[in-house]
Design a protein around this ligand. Sequence first.
Ligand code: IPM
Ligand code: MG
Length: 361
Amino acid sequence: MRLNILVVPGDGIGPEVTREAVRVLDHVARKWGHELETSEALLGGVAIHQAGTAFPDETRELALAADATLLGAVGLPEFDNMPPGQRPEKGLLGLRKTLDVFANLRPVVAFESLLDSSPLKNEIVRGTDMLIVRELTGGLYFGTPRGIEGQDGERVAVNSMVYRESEVKRVARMAFGLAQKRRKKLTSVDKANVLENSQMWRQIVSDMAPEFPDVQLDHVLVDNCAMQLILSPSRFDVVLTENLFGDILSDEGAVLAGSIGMLPSASIGDQLPNGVWRGLYEPVHGSAPDIAGQNKANPLAAIGSAAAMLSYSFGLQQEARAIETAMQTVLRDGPVTADLKPKGAAGTTEDVGKAVCAAIG
Ligand code: IPM
Ligand code: MG
């Protein structure tokens, strides 16, 4: 199969973790006889520095032409005080919107060998295996009106949480479908006790439930969900939520998985005419500028995102499973990076990538 992939390394640790993900993809392509074609594009802070904008037109065109995009991370400290429209993150939001990848799938799994990496008690974390489905192209991130204005001698800041019914339906349909392939439990998370937006969300999801009679649906308020995630994470299977709630809850998921360096993500949009599902694959972690360029970032979230790409965009389940199994072998036998608190010496980013390739065989 031909794998036409755009690699967008981005900022901070992005380049070094994507390098290892591409190493693993290359290894898998050779082993299974696929034709891997990669191109590279700029996004985020590095794009502002080199091309004057966080989301250059060339990146947009390359992303639209690719079957799938593998992203590292965006964000640089020198832009910390800039308005949202001029920050590196704007590039990422533009890319997500351009590709219309409305469903962001963030699996949170507590691997047995990593239980001690979590600050929570082993008996709480054990058995955690959930999939957060975060709506990715709507809500507060994109709603208008937005901005900061002067009114009556003071500043007033506005952001709008806007969802159209069709936007809720398409992501809910995806979440129900994913629940059917898992443990058949769907938890929809909202703030329906306060927000009209959430009331509509809850209504739509409830109305769809009869179409998926085998899925057990429940609704949880987002504040309560934040607490339940820490108290009894294993009760969750698929968690469906809007953009900002999903952003926040998935970082909490990192505590369950032992390290934010462990969380991959897949953002899925429409099916292309050639049958491929267009997707954007990125680690949940940020650009971690404090450790960038030191070869010590954990590449497993990026490698896991590459596995998700093979599975969701190309339907290559066997290859994806081979990567995931190899990752588990490496987690058990090492080398792993310092964030996972290894008993012996920590491995480098590159050591981990090479070890995953070796474990694939
Ligand atoms: C994430 C990140 C991004 C987001 C940032 C970098 C814009 O936090 O993917 O979770 O908020 O979506
Ligand atoms: Mg986030």
